[in-house]
Write a protein that binds this ligand. Structure first.
Ligand code: 0RA
Length: 640
């Protein structure tokens, strides 16, 4: 403020000047509001802010070269060969335009005439912020064959704008020293600058950007100039990645939105997409990116249908399918970009979406029609991606299915036992809900659990064994057993020491038993090997004489028994199913450990079941029913 006396302020424009000083103070008081951070990021941001103004000149077609030079002492110089910042007196405030640009927040665009400001950095705050946050800043303007000069300290002019020489060139040079009172970090990083400047060179085809480091011990120079623009960008990204076809480069303007897309598939499986809006890397994507993706997916699916790469019944390529091995750079330039999202790097302007979508679709389908070889390569890529996706999904489903079986809650229809001692606990897997009901009533609930399985559902003769993992009945059984299946099987997690299969003594029962045994043999073989699987042997006949009850398990046994009992005054009942026994009878004959008959399944029994099952599933050598009948007794030898 001490310098204020040096500056001639016309009384009528005092208000404007007060505003300038207030803005300046605001920027210095809360720098992060304007440049994000006061760390190394913020420091580099100063450079980008200045360079962006030169890029705008380039976009206006008035500048071809920008030089960025780090001088000893971390003094930054940015020089361009644009038109030079206007120096004529701004009529409203009666001060040189240059000074207004350098000291007024957001003044940059005011002098642009019909050219719109397109770059403008992440925060787009303008060069006055750089000025405010610099210990000192000097501008030289080459214009009207003259060299103009003005210096500022912490944003305040310390000299008048003056002519200091003559020149034939035009342009602007800005030299500044970031304020060490503001920045925690004062060292410019050549690598950081180089990355961003290279990117800017890609994004602005033909502009030559020179980066010089003139600091002691670090002298170096890099030049970035890409006549191919973002096509060069994609070419460089795809270097060593076996591109599959010639580059597709799109450049088109619609409704004042300039759209550029460079696209090329390569032999890898990764998706590489960089999107930009007004030269800002939109890391969070936004409307331009989603327009691109929609256009790409639709166009490639349309093409695939039209040329029979996809046939009726085939599902469409997914977005991921069509982006596998794709490298693309999308760059849009528009007036008044809206940046949203967590890091303000998501383009919000909604109309951009349909513009990019339609340009993309049109140009890509033209490209495909005109380059059948490229189209074929792209289709092949999409097709393979889709196939791989489907295979992976299947694999994931199997894993997930197995995992789900381990961790889900116990099935609702399981009547569990109270004992948690695996050695004592046993589970009856019972065919049919009605037998299940009797078993639940007849059991000793302290150590006997009952899981009824619906027989009909288990009659999956026609389905493959791996499909039965999807079967609800089988799933609840696996959950109840607690062990998991297949690769996930762990016997330590078994909840019961004995697993007892209890099915009717008829053909359907034999079939269900075969299926279960095959299942155990294939997916839980350890249970079989450890002798934990049993078959319950319910009686086939009940003979009553007076108060006596006699159970028989086979024809011959019955005949022998009847001889012993004598045939006078007896009643004979043949059980057609477990459901015909009342709970007490079921307990006595099949569940009471003292009186029941159960058979421990040997590994050979299970192998035999597997063989039978496989035969059943295979060619119809014999009618299925006949085959089952013939082999039912082999599965479990009922002759005892
Ligand atoms: C306002 C108007 C004109 C150019 C510029 C600003 C300008 C700003 C910067 C900042 C760094 N380099 C720059 N180059 C130009 C247009 C001037 C005209 O119409 O001649």
């Amino acid at each position: 403020m001490g310098k204020e006396g040096d500056i001639r302020i016309p009384a009528e424009y005092e208000a404007e000047q007060i505003q300038v000083l207030e803005d300046l103070e605001a920027v210095r008081r809360r720098p992060s509001m304007y440049i994000g951070t006061t760390g190394t990021r913020g420091l580099h941001h100063l450079v980008y802010e200045v360079v962006d103004n030169s890029i705008d000149e380039a976009l206006a077609g008035a500048c071809t070269e920008i030089e960025i030079c780090i001088e000893p002492g971390n003094i930054m110089t940015v020089t361009d060969n644009g038109r030079g910042i206007p120096v004529s007196t701004h009529p409203k405030v009666n001060r040189p335009a240059l000074e207004v640009v350098m000291t007024t927040l957001h003044a940059g665009g005011k002098f642009g005439g019909d050219s719109y400001k397109v770059s403008g950095g992440l925060h787009g705050v303008g060069v006055s912020v750089v000025n405010a946050l610099s210990e000192w800043l000097e501008v030289e303007v080459y214009r009207n064959e003259k060299i103009y000069y003005q210096k500022y300290e912490r944003g305040i002019p310390v000299t008048e704008l003056k002519e200091i020489g003559e020149t034939k060139r035009t342009g602007t040079r800005t030299r500044f020293l970031p304020d060490s009172l503001i920045f925690e970090e004062m060292d410019f990083k050549i690598k950081t600058l180089s990355q961003r400047l290279r990117e800017l060179a890609y994004l602005n085809a033909g502009v030559k950007i020179i980066l010089k480091d003139e600091r002691e011990e670090r002298k170096q120079k890099e030049v970035f100039k890409y006549d191919g623009g973002i096509a060069s960008f994609v070419q460089d990204l795809n270097r060593n990645k076996d591109p599959l076809h010639d580059m597709l480069f799109i450049s088109q303007e619609e409704d004042n939105v300039q759209v550029e897309i460079a696209l090329q598939y390569n032999a890898t499986f990764t998706e590489t997409i960089f999107s930009y809006a007004n030269n800002i890397n939109t890391e969070e994507g936004g409307s331009h990116l989603s327009g691109f993706k929609t256009g790409l997916t639709r166009t490639l699916n349309d093409y695939a249908r039209r040329y029979n790469y996809l046939r009726e019944g085939d599902e469409n390529f997914s977005g991921d399918d069509v982006r596998e091995g794709l490298t693309v750079v999308i760059s849009v330039k528009l007036m008044d970009p809206q940046f949203e999202g967590q890091t303000k790097t998501k383009l919000g302007n909604t109309h951009v979406r349909s513009i990019v979508d339609s340009i993309m679709s049109q140009q890509l389908s033209d490209f495909m029609e005109e380059n059948p070889k490229a189209a074929k390569a792209i289709m092949g890529k999409c097709y393979n991606a889709a196939e791989a996706r489907k295979a992976a999904k299947k694999a994931r489903e199997i894993t997930r299915r197995k995992a789900a079986l381990v961790h889900t809650a116990l099935p609702g229809k399981l009547a569990d036992c109270t004992s948690r001692s695996v050695d004592d606990a046993e589970i009856y897997i019972v065919e049919g809900d009605s037998a299940g009901g009797s078993a639940k009533q007849g059991r000793d609930r302290r150590f006997q659990a009952i899981l009824p399985l619906r027989g009909k559902i288990l009659n999956v003769e026609k389905s493959r064994l791996n499909k039965i993992l999807n079967n609800e009945e089988i799933k609840s059984m696996i959950t109840a057993l607690g062990t998991g299946v297949g690769d996930d099987f762990n016997i330590e997690r078994a909840r019961y020491g004995k697993i007892i299969i209890m099915t009717d003594a008829d053909v359907d029962g034999a079939h269900i038993r075969t299926l279960l045994l095959t299942f155990f043999y294939r997916y839980m073989p350890a249970l079989v090997k450890k002798g934990m699987i049993y078959i319950a042997l319910p009686p086939l006949y009940l003979v009553r004489k007076g108060k006596e009850e006699h159970y028989f398990y086979g024809e011959r046994e019955l005949e022998k028994g009847l001889e012993e009992i004598g045939r006078k005054g007896i009643s004979l009942q043949r059980y057609k199913g477990l459901g015909e026994m009342n709970p007490h009878q079921l307990w006595e004959t099949t569940m009471n450990p003292e009186t029941r008959k159960i058979k421990q399944v040997q590994i050979e029994d299970a192998m035999e079941a597997d063989k039978i099952f496989t035969t059943l599933m295979g060619d119809k050598v014999l009618p299925r029913r006949e085959f089952i009948q013939a082999h039912a007794r082999q599965v479990v030898n009922l002759d005892i």
